[in-house]
Design a protein around this ligand. Structure first.
Ligand SMILES: [Zn+2]
Ligand SMILES: [Zn+2]
Length: 1024
């Protein structure tokens, strides 16, 4: 019966059929005007082909969207793509052989932006095709693209609102900066990009005005020209030492450093850190223009006691260096802080390509990444280089181009979060999070959120819509293309990208001067953060906004707490003044078998298009990913995928079973339905499962819903119900099993289409000629058909059956060999389904009482030892020995309640070794139940055993000979040692009816076979 499901062929056919019938559009239209469900796609970044990790998120989205559609919602689901930003530029640069930002200018900004568009569109096409091939049908809707003018207009609207509400300002910001990419990096982008780098570690002598020297340590010699102060910790002790005729000051704790550097020295005296504060030193680069200009503002010893980095490292450390720290407020976040606190000039004479500017005098034009040797040579010549070493330390690098970053202060545009933080936290409490833990993570992120540096100095981003007067400095923000046309008096603007709008001039309202756009573009998170209102083009088009806003559902990975969930809240709140989304499901990442993030260069995953070529079903990839808990990291393995492929195959074979039963029954016109226990049970189970799926999906728990569904499909329906009802299903006299199966299979195909759409559609089509899973209604739950008691009894019954099957295995008795008797002393007959145990276990008699004559019960020490100490065991044993056998056997249901000196020693039934006297009796424990299997032979056992073995033998012969259901055969059977034919007479009729044969012989012997069963020798002859 088991057939192989040719996934690729079947799935492609179904996809094609859906496409031809425009089934998705039909399904969406069907719910027009019903209750709305607005889903906003967190736009995946558009470089590279999607992989298992991306698909995980997409499948969660698809499951919820499909569910809501079945539930009759007017669903708005549109794919989106995050299309701008540095990674795209880097790919285009590589393609064009461009090495830095300057070469982009030479190539032409407009041409460069066109190249970016082409690249992005190529990826959108590639990935959209993959999604549709995987049956993610909402990808057939035209996606929103963050680079499009209509999208940009919405983003501009948000920025204008922020500007008009005084949330946008400029300021100096010391940030990590990539000189190759010419752009600052946020801390977030730098965090895990620290790699080993070899650097110079130098100790420099700064001469105090009184002739003593400060010993100053740095690993960034190129920042010394911008030194503004030397920081000490006023709580530390310092020492003066003499070396080579000089008096040198360093921290007392760091005396060991002198030995490390092989310096001869003598300690002169100890001084307090406090004494050093305010001392003035001769700047080692005092001739540079920027130092000359600021001479009276810099060159002091200051206190660094209170300052530490964002990670909490103190500015003046005691474990490294000399206890005197070179401070350059233009080159480092903590340096910047200490600079502001001490009113120091912020010197940062480095341009965007990493070259010194004229402020750095004779250093102008030098490349900061290669200038260290020159600076060291200069210090050496001046006689103030105390020591020089090389070190290998962790240093941040650009995540795109791997160039070491420099820390540089530059003028940037900020979005004030401080001013709206209270409101953000307040409205965020209206979000419903799944899993709930995400709420705390989000709120704690919000509480610590800093003002947002929104400007970037690149090309392929949304232009910052701020125009500044070249005469009076007045600035304004522009909120739409129309506003820009009106203010500039232009008729048309080609597009809203930098290259185009940089040429647009506006007349200043204050001084009639010329206003030009500030040259910056924006952080791409401003784009994606605007999605809730920008993908419906608010405010240019109000209709969809009024119908759908705010979003009812979004879902992304846990990294988006500080990413998209955050930027969506900020931009949505700024633009609309309200909460932009209501429900969030947060999932974790997918990692490969090696536990690492999926990465092309690691090669730890197979491209998903490969999986199809290798015969894996598209649906099996879905369930492999979706069955994992939303709270846990998903480890993706091919073994899992293979297993889930089997589930798809099993579903397919249920469909085949249905089709062949329908074939057999099609001539019959039956309407009488008489439910048996197994029918009532599977109907109850199915309604329970429907209810579970519905409740779980209402809470956005795709994992719970899917696991409940797969458990039903595999265990309840296939392994249990079909086993019980299969023979009835082909029985022309009993229509009930077939009808029950048909009803459930159809509903199952509709609900499972949420998680495995392609196979589900295939099954649905086996039952229904018209329609589709996609245009169906979610099958309603019928509470009145749920029988909890019946389900509980079945559950216990299945546990007991498991016990019987394992006893059979131990005793090497196959299922065709009837068991004379099974005793279950731990249950009441009313708490199980006797009939089912007897049928599925092939058991002739069931009983619940143990006969004293048959057993010598003792304690099973090996079990009891697992939970009792030796002394407790001794007491329990002696108490047990006081009991009579009858008492022990009579108490098997509740277990034995022993006590001694006020202490209880309870013994569970499964901890009692019944020690049957006869070899034919064997004890097995199943869960909390105890069973005794009687393998003795009786006439009854013998008779049924022979009957079953003979039927099977004849069916095998039929199969071997390639005979089908309708071919009749003649059967002749002899049972030796049975001259009266008493057994034969009892069983022959049933054997013939089950195997489609007649009794007798003809000329044509097809096959003869010997069987030895118990003490009988049987010969079967099959004739044509
Ligand atoms: Zn870079
Ligand atoms: Zn002006």
């Amino acid at each position: 019966m088991t057939e192989f499901y040719n996934a690729n062929e079947n799935e492609s056919k179904i996809n094609l059929d859906w496409k031809k019938k425009k089934i998705w559009d039909k399904a969406i239209k069907r719910n027009n005007k019903k209750e709305k469900f607005y889903f906003v796609d967190g736009p995946p970044f558009v470089t590279n082909e999607v992989h298992e990790g991306t698909m995980y998120g997409i499948f969660i989205k698809d499951a919820i969207i499909r569910y809501k559609l079945l539930k009759g919602f007017d669903v708005r689901a549109q794919p989106g793509w995050d299309t701008q930003g540095l990674p795209i530029e880097v790919v285009v640069e590589k393609k064009l052989g461009i090495k830095n930002k300057k070469e982009i200018k030479e190539f032409g900004e407009e041409k460069f932006i066109e190249e970016c568009k082409t690249l992005v569109e190529g990826y959108i096409k590639l990935n959209t095709d993959i999604m549709l091939d995987y049956g993610v049908l909402w990808y057939s809707k035209e996606p929103y693209r963050t680079y499009k003018d209509e999208y940009t207009e919405s983003v501009w609207y948000g920025i204008k609102k922020a500007y008009d509400n005084d949330l946008i300002y400029t300021g100096l910001k010391s940030t990590w900066f990539c000189v190759r990419c010419g752009t600052p990096m946020s801390n977030y982008e730098v965090r895990d990009k620290y790699y080993d780098k070899e650097d110079k570690s130098i100790y420099v002598l700064f001469e105090l005005e009184d002739g003593r020297f400060l010993l100053v340590w740095t690993t960034t010699p190129w920042t010394l020209p911008s030194n503004a102060a030397v920081a000490v910790n006023s709580d530390f002790k310092y020492i003066e030492i003499e070396n080579d005729g000089k008096t040198i000051i360093l921290a007392k704790e760091r005396e060991g450093l002198l030995k490390e550097l092989n310096k001869e020295y003598k300690i002169l005296r100890e001084i307090d850190g406090k004494e050093l504060l305010g001392l003035k030193y001769k700047h080692p680069f005092k001739d540079l223009p920027q130092i000359e200009k600021n001479a009276d503002k810099l060159g002091f010893v200051i206190d660094g006691k209170e300052i530490s980095s964002e990670e909490g490292t103190p500015f003046v450390e005691i474990g490294t260096g000399s206890g005197l720290v070179h401070s350059a407020p233009g080159h480092g976040e903590a340096d910047y802080k200490i600079g502001i606190a001490n009113n120091l000039p912020i010197l940062s004479p480095i341009d965007e390509s990493g070259k010194f500017t004229s402020d750095a005098g004779w250093l102008a034009g030098e490349d900061v990444l290669n200038v260290n040797d020159k600076i060291i040579e200069y210090l050496n010549k001046k006689g103030i280089l105390f020591a020089e070493k090389t070190i290998i330390h962790k240093y941040p690098h650009c995540w795109r181009c791997k160039t070491p970053l420099i820390s540089r202060a530059s003028q940037q545009w900020f979005l004030s979060i401080a001013k709206i933080k209270k409101q953000l936290i307040e409205i965020s409490r209206g979000i419903k999070w799944t899993p709930n833990i995400s709420r705390e993570m989000f709120e704690s992120w919000l509480e610590n959120a800093q003002d947002w540096v929104i400007s970037r100095q690149r090309y392929w981003n949304t232009a910052l819509p701020i125009w500044q007067c070249t005469s009076c400095g007045n600035t304004i923000a522009i909120g739409s293309k129309r506003e820009l046309l009106e203010r500039s008096g232009l008729k048309e603007i080609k597009d809203l990208h930098k290259n185009s709008v940089d040429k647009v001039e506006i007349k200043c309202e204050k001084c009639s001067g010329v206003m030009r756009r500030v040259p910056d573009v924006m952080d791409v998170w401003i784009d994606s953060g605007s999605a809730s209102f920008a993908c419906i083009n608010y405010p240019a088009s109000k209709e969809e906004f009024e119908r759908y806003f705010p979003a009812d559902f979004i879902t992304e990975g846990n990294d988006q707490i500080r990413g998209w969930f955050y930027s969506m809240l900020v931009m949505g709140y700024i633009a609309t003044g309200t909460l932009p989304y209501r429900n969030v499901a947060m999932h974790r990442f997918v990692v490969g078998e090696d536990g690492n993030k999926l990465s092309k260069s690691e090669g730890n995953y197979k491209p998903i298009t490969e999986l199809i070529k290798e015969g894996y079903s598209r649906d099996s990839l879905r369930i492999t990913l979706l069955k994992h808990s939303l709270d846990e990291v998903v480890v993706f393995t091919l073994n899992d995928l293979k297993d889930d492929n089997k589930t798809i195959n099993l579903f397919y074979n249920l469909g085949n079973l249905y089709v062949s039963a329908k074939e057999v029954l099609k001539t019959k016109d039956k309407d009488e339905i008489i439910l048996k226990t197994e029918d009532r049970w599977i109907i109850s189970r199915w309604n329970t499962v429907k209810r579970n799926v519905q409740t779980s999906l209402d809470e956005f728990r795709t994992d719970f819903a899917l696991n409940s569904l797969i458990n039903f499909l595999v265990n309840d329906l296939s392994r249990t119900y079909i086993k019980l009802a299969k023979s009835r299903m082909f029985d022309e006299e009993d229509y009930t099993a077939f009808k029950t199966f048909e009803h459930i299979l159809k509903e199952l195909s509709i609900i499972s289409s949420i998680f495995m759409p392609l196979i589900s559609e295939k099954i649905f089509k086996m039952i229904e000629k018209r329609g589709s899973t996609i245009t169906s209604d979610f099958p309603a739950v019928n509470e009145t058909l749920i029988d909890d008691d019946l389900e509980k009894r079945m559950e216990r019954t299945m546990e007991l059956l498991q016990g019987i099957l394992s006893a059979r295995e131990k005793l090497k008795l196959n299922l065709r060999r009837p068991l004379k008797r099974v005793i279950i002393p731990t249950v009441y007959s009313s708490s199980i389904l006797e009939d089912i145990i007897m049928r599925l276990g092939n058991v002739l008699h069931l009983s619940y009482e143990l006969n004293v004559e048959e057993f010598d019960p003792t304690i099973d020490f090996s079990r009891l030892k697992q939970r009792m100490q030796q002394n407790e065991l001794t007491v329990a044993t002696s108490k047990f020995l006081e009991l009579t056998k009858e008492t022990v056997l009579r108490n098997m249901r509740e277990g034995l309640k022993l006590s001694s000196e006020g202490k209880d020693y309870n013994i569970l039934s499964t901890e009692i070794d019944l020690k049957p006297k006869s070899k034919e009796l064997a004890q097995v424990n199943a869960g909390k139940d105890v069973l005794v299997v009687d393998s003795g032979i009786s006439d009854e056992v013998n008779l049924l055993w022979i009957k079953r073995e003979v039927i099977r033998a004849i069916q095998n012969i039929r199969k071997e000979l390639g005979l089908n259901r309708l071919d009749t055969i003649k059967v002749y059977m002899t049972i030796n040692n049975e001259p009266e034919n008493s057994i034969k007479n009892l069983i022959m009729k049933e054997i013939l009816s089950k195997t489609g044969g007649e009794e007798g012989k003809t000329e044509k012997l097809l096959k003869m076979q010997d069987l030895n069963i118990s003490s009988n020798n049987i010969v079967i002859e099959v004739y044509k």
